[in-house]
Design a protein around this ligand. Sequence first.
Ligand code: GDP
Ligand code: MG
Length: 163
Amino acid sequence: SKPIVAIVGRPNVGKSTLFNKLAGERISIVDDKPGVTRDRIYAQSEWLNNKFTIIDTGGIEPERDDIIVKQMRRQAQIAIETCDVIMFVVDGKEGLTAADYEVAQMLRKSKKPVVLVVNKIDKVMDEDNKYEFYNLGLGEPNAISASQALGLGDMLDQVIAHF
Ligand code: GDP
Ligand code: MG
């Protein structure tokens, strides 16, 4: 059956925006408030004749009164248990956060293939923002702009290399 690719990351880093771009149709709602999206979480995608299923883990319902870090831990755990490749999305405008480090540690321990995605790099001059994310120990950061659909091809090359 088709490989399953999970999109993991903090609220507001652009997971749903990326999901919608990869799904190629507008099937989930982007909400500005963290943790309140009621998105469809599964879609089919394809790159260079490789078909795969994508999951937006941010659309998985949080438990009541879940703090963000706990919510992220659970979403990462689901991704680790059920997916073939994990796209870990971080915010290239905001920079590294403690929650990013915590999720990165879980992902490294899992030994699952991870593609590190630095989103919100809307301009070429912002591309240097990606270098600090080497500190996560997850290999080469892929700079993209989900909203501008920039860098998605190189990123998807990395994803399908793990199939
Ligand atoms: P999620 O919570 O991780 O699913 O993030 P969303 O996809 O809902 O996006 C959160 C906010 O970031 C929204 O206001 C988006 O428009 C914005 N956003 C998403 N991708 C980009 C991007 O590539 N560049 C910029 N500048 N903003 C983005
Ligand atoms: Mg979302």
